[in-house]
Structure formats: structure tokens, C-alpha cells
Design a protein around this ligand. Structure first.
Ligand code: FAD
Ligand code: SF4
Ligand code: SF4
Length: 485
């Protein structure tokens, strides 16, 4: 029967309509347009409803927030979108976000049995459809207020990790207050990922839903400046730190302080959070030259290069020191960038920046690379080819070579142990070296992904609930000495 079912599988995902590349580089509207209900039901019918077996991993085990994927897909097969959403919401606080930016190809879809011989079931796009359907049709189920536990929790940082902790603990009856440094909540979802990948109205709707469950959010509230974690501990029964990795890494090469060289963070924040793409309606200036060079090969670099084109750059170039196969960005983002005309200068690394007499960048000197043996990351190590230096003219350089943990909370909380990378040291349950303080997401893992930050948040919320309700014991200091190594 299962074999018969498998032989009837439509081999490819039902196509996702998209804005065509020539049009979309002129606007900031979302690139994938979305699918209709009929197509989504057909996509769901590609699922075999596999039975769990110790012999193989299934979709479900690839989801860090443990959504019961076969169960919600079954409801979609039967056309019951409301029930499908109810199943998703049991575990997931940001479904419309994850349906868009989750690296599902390496998570749930990476384990899909259909994907062994065909394209996997489009789990991400089904989740996206359902979340959009719920929002557009106003089908949010009523959020019943739980019985109050009388406990108060402070969450520092309103990104995916903090929002997940807040949503989960509020559902359990705790009084949760989120302290967020910026004027909007969502973390990288609002200030980093561009509108054409993740519309900000969608992030706002997800945050509003979390607020409906009773979570209070205090924006423009920087912990470490207005108050410290120690101050919070005097008023709250527990604190979660989810302050992310928003500190840009620099190349530290000669000339890096020339005008026209920006960190990816500054560039994307100006465009997304401060709406520079709507200048002069929004009072945020942004200058991109005719030729923009972005350093790096991850999602952040793709976002910069594609944003530069939309802001009017005639040429947008990615300079990356390894080859195409090692590009860390999601394949979908690389594909979209190529379609839009981003040029990839691969196996090349910057050497120095060259400025004009007014202190503006006018060129980058770079060197060709070849790949050697794999390094600690498992990827082949790039090696300079001596004498292969070349010059690229450019007016703007965007440095997208990674982010480090935000240092303010560790700096202002002396007893919080950190690792040599500046991340907060945690045990497997998200506890830090300071009793009552938990941490998760990019601040403890280093820059990672939305769904891993949410998975961390879920785990920490479970431990926090246990700590608040039954077991206030805390691990010995040596656990964190080890975690800090
Ligand atoms: P963040 O999202 O960084 O949120 C931390 C929050 O804490 C922020 O709102 C910050 O303002 C706040 N904060 C910091 N310090 C303080 C303080 N002292 N007091 C109060 N608040 C504070 N991941 C994917 O899965 N898919 C993608 O396609 C993807 N694309 C990306 C594109 C870009 C441009 C970037 C930068 C990252 C991308 N990522 C992507 C990574 C992903 O966004 C992060 O891993 C994720 O957002 C981490 O969540 P977090 O909650 O730990 O931190
Ligand atoms: Fe897959 Fe991400 Fe949705 Fe989990 S949250 S089911 S990993 S798309
Ligand atoms: Fe369906 Fe794929 Fe999950 Fe099997 S592994 S239940 S086919 S989504």
C-alpha cells in the first residue's frame, strides 16, 4: 500500500509563484507571491503520513520546536485549515515567519521521506499558507487566559528567542514582561531581514498575537543602561536573556574607516527599521554607489547585495573567499540573488580598501584564493594564490562577514560567565552561571538561525517553568566553567 502510494507521488513541489526578477529589483514587495488553497491541499497530498519507526528519522525530528508535522498536514489534506493551525500553534509562536525564512531544507524537509527520491513535501510553504490564511481570514482562535501562577518573569530582548520564551511562559500562566532595546519587537526579523523576504506587517501581526496571550512588551528599554539584570532579579522571579548577536564583525584591513564602507547591520537597519527605502517619506538617508561590493557569502550578504540593487546600484557584487558550494546562505536566497543579477566573485578575498582624496572608498584590492584541506568547520580552507591580486572599482562596500554576541548584558552582569567567543555560557537546559538567569538564541549559540533561536527559547521556557513551580535548585559553578571553555 505504502509502495503504491509512493509510486503515485507527484515528484516536484507545486510551484510557488514569484514576482519576476526584472520587476522585483525595482520594488521591496515580497518575492514569493504565495499559493492558493487548492494548490496547498495538493501539496499536502504529496505527504505519505509516515508512521514513526526507530529505523528512520522523519520530518518531525527535524523541527527544533517539535511541531507535529504529519498531524497538521493530515488536516490540510482534509481541508481543515483551522485545525491544522491549532496543531501548529501548540508549539510555534511565529508560524508566518518560519514558513518564510526557516532553513527547512536542512530541518524538517531535510528528513522528509518523499525527499529521498523526489522533492520533499513543501512543509515550509504549507505552514506559510496556513499562517497567512489565519491572519487574512481573522481565524485566530480565542486565546483563553490561563490561571495565574503569581510568578513574574523578565525577558531581555524581543527577538525570536525572547518572544518564544515569553509566549510559552505566558501560556503557562506566568506574568511576562519583555524589555526590548529597539522601538519595534522582532529582533533581526525587523531590523535585519529585508521586507522583500519578510514583510514587517507580518512580523508585527505575529508579535501582536503574542501580546494577546498577556505578554507585556516595553520597547526602547535597554537592559544594561536603564536597568541591569541584577536590578531585574530584585523584581522578577526569573530572567531570560535573548539579546542576540548584533555586533558586526569587521575585516580590520587597511582603509576600513573610509566613507562608503558600512557594516551589513548598519545598512540593513537603516533600510528595514528606519525605512530608508521610502526616503524622503521617511527621514533616513542612504547612499549606494553605482557599484556595490558585499563581502561575505551568508544570508546577510545576500540580503545586502539584493537590497543594494533595489536601492539603485547598477552593479552588485558578492566577494566570497570560498567557492559556490561552500556559500553558507540558503540555496533559495542564492538562486534569487543570481536571478536578480547579483554577480558572484568567488574564491577571492579583500586585501585593503583604497580611497579618493575626499576619504571615500573608490576601490578594493582583492586576491584570488584556492581551496585546501577542510578546516575545523569542515569546509575546505581558502588559501591565497600569491601574486594574483586584482582591483575592483566600487563606491560602496558592505561588510557581511558575521556578527558577534551583543556584549552589553554580559558586561553589566559581572557574575554571568561567557565563553571565549563572548557568548553567554549555558548548560543544556539554558541555565546560566547566575541563579535565576537563563539565556538562549544567538547570545548563547553565536549567530545561527531563527528556528534554532526559537528551539532554544522553547527549551529554556520548559526549564524556567520547572524552576519557578517545582525545583529551584541550580547546577554547580563547575558546570559553567566547563561550558565557558
Ligand atoms: P535577535 O533576533 O538578534 O534578537 C535580539 C533582540 O534583543 C533584538 O531585538 C535586540 O534589539 C534586543 N537587545 C539586544 N541587546 C539588548 C539589551 N541590552 N536590552 C534589551 N534588548 C536588547 N535566520 C534564518 O533562519 N533564516 C534567514 O533567512 C535568516 N536571515 C538573516 C538575515 C540577516 C540580515 C540576519 C542578520 C540574520 C538572519 N538570520 C536568518 C539569523 C536569525 O535572524 C537569527 O539567528 C535570529 O534572529 C536570532 O534570534 P535571537 O532572538 O537570538 O536574536
Ligand atoms: Fe519546518 Fe521550520 Fe516549520 Fe519546523 S518551524 S516545521 S523546521 S518550517
Ligand atoms: Fe509526510 Fe515527509 Fe513527514 Fe513522511 S516525512 S510524514 S512524507 S512530511
Amino acid at each position: 500500500m505504502a509502495e503504491e502510494k509512493k509510486s503515485r507521488i507527484v515528484p516536484k513541489k507545486y510551484p510557488m509563484p514569484e514576482q519576476n526578477p526584472e520587476e522585483r529589483v525595482k520594488n521591496f514587495d515580497e518575492v514569493p507571491i504565495g499559493q492558493d488553497a487548492e494548490t496547498i491541499i495538493l501539496e499536502a497530498k504529496r505527504c505519505l503520513q509516515c508512521k514513526e519507526s526507530p529505523k528512520r528519522k522523519l520530518c518531525k525530528e527535524g523541527c527544533p520546536v517539535e511541531i507535529d508535522i504529519p498531524a497538521f498536514i493530515k488536516q490540510v489534506q482534509e481541508g481543515d485549515f483551522a485545525e491544522a493551525m491549532r496543531i501548529i500553534r501548540k508549539k510555534q509562536n511565529l508560524p508566518a515567519v518560519c514558513g518564510r525564512v526557516c532553513p527547512y531544507e536542512n530541518q524538517c524537509e531535510g528528513n522528509c521521506v518523499v525527499g529521498k527520491k523526489n522533492e520533499p513535501v513543501g512543509i515550509g510553504r504549507i505552514e506559510r499558507f496556513l499562517a497567512d490564511w489565519e491572519r487574512n481570514e481573522q481565524k485566530h482562535g480565542k486565546v483563553e487566559p490561563p490561571t495565574s501562577t503569581g510568578k513574574k518573569v523578565a525577558v531581555v530582548g524581543g527577538g525570536p528567542a525572547g518572544l518564544t520564551v515569553a509566549g510559552d511562559l505566558a501560556k503557562l500562566g506566568h506574568k511576562v514582561t519583555v524589555f526590548e532595546a529597539l522601538q519595534y519587537s522582532g529582533g533581526v526579523l525587523v531590523y535585519g531581514i529585508p521586507e522583500f523576504r519578510l514583510p514587517k506587517a507580518i512580523v508585527k501581526a505575529e508579535v501582536d498575537y503574542i501580546k494577546k496571550s498577556g505578554v507585556e512588551i516595553k520597547n526602547d528599554y535597554v537592559i544594561g543602561k536603564v536597568e541591569t539584570v541584577d536590578d531585574l532579579l530584585e523584581k522578577y522571579d526569573a530572567v531570560f536573556v535573548g539579546t542576540g548577536a548584533g555586533l558586526p564583525n569587521w575585516t580590520n584591513l587597511e582603509g576600513e574607516n573610509l566613507n562608503g564602507i558600512l557594516s551589513a547591520n548598519e545598512f540593513l537597519t537603516r533600510v528595514n527599521l528606519m525605512k530608508a527605502f521610502n526616503f524622503p517619506d521617511y527621514d533616513t538617508p542612504i547612499r549606494v554607489g553605482k557599484r556595490v561590493v558585499t563581502l561575505g557569502g551568508g544570508n546577510v550578504a545576500m540580503d545586502c547585495a539584493r537590497t543594494a540593487l533595489r536601492l539603485g546600484a547598477e552593479e552588485s557584487i558578492i566577494l566570497y573567499r570560498r567557492s559556490d558550494v561552500e556559500l553558507p546562505a540558503r540555496r533559495e536566497e542564492i538562486h534569487h540573488a543570481k536571478e536578480e543579477g547579483v554577480r558572484f566573485e568567488l574564491l577571492a578575498a579583500p586585501v585593503r580598501y583604497i580611497g579618493d582624496e575626499d576619504g571615500n572608498v573608490k576601490q578594493i584590492e582583492a586576491v584570488r584564493m584556492k581551496l585546501g584541506e577542510p578546516d575545523a568547520s569542515g569546509r575546505r580552507r581558502p588559501i591565497k594564490i600569491e601574486g594574483s591580486n586584482f582591483i575592483l572599482d566600487c563606491q560602496t562596500v558592505l561588510v557581511a562577514i558575521g556578527q558577534s554576541p551583543n556584549p552589553l548584558v554580559p558586561m553589566t552582569t559581572p557574575s554571568l560567565k561567557t565563553t571565549k567567543w563572548g557568548t553567554i555560557a549555558v548548560d543544556a537546559e539554558g541555565r546560566t552561571s547566575k541563579k535565576g538567569v537563563f539565556a538562549g538564541g544567538d547570545i548563547s549559540t553565536g549567530a545561527a538561525t531563527v528556528i534554532l533561536a526559537m528551539g532554544d527559547g522553547k527549551r529554556a521556557a520548559k526549564t524556567m517553568h520547572k524552576y519557578l513551580m517545582e525545583d529551584p535548585s541550580w547546577p554547580d559553578a563547575e558546570v559553567f566553567e566547563k561550558a565557558a571553555c
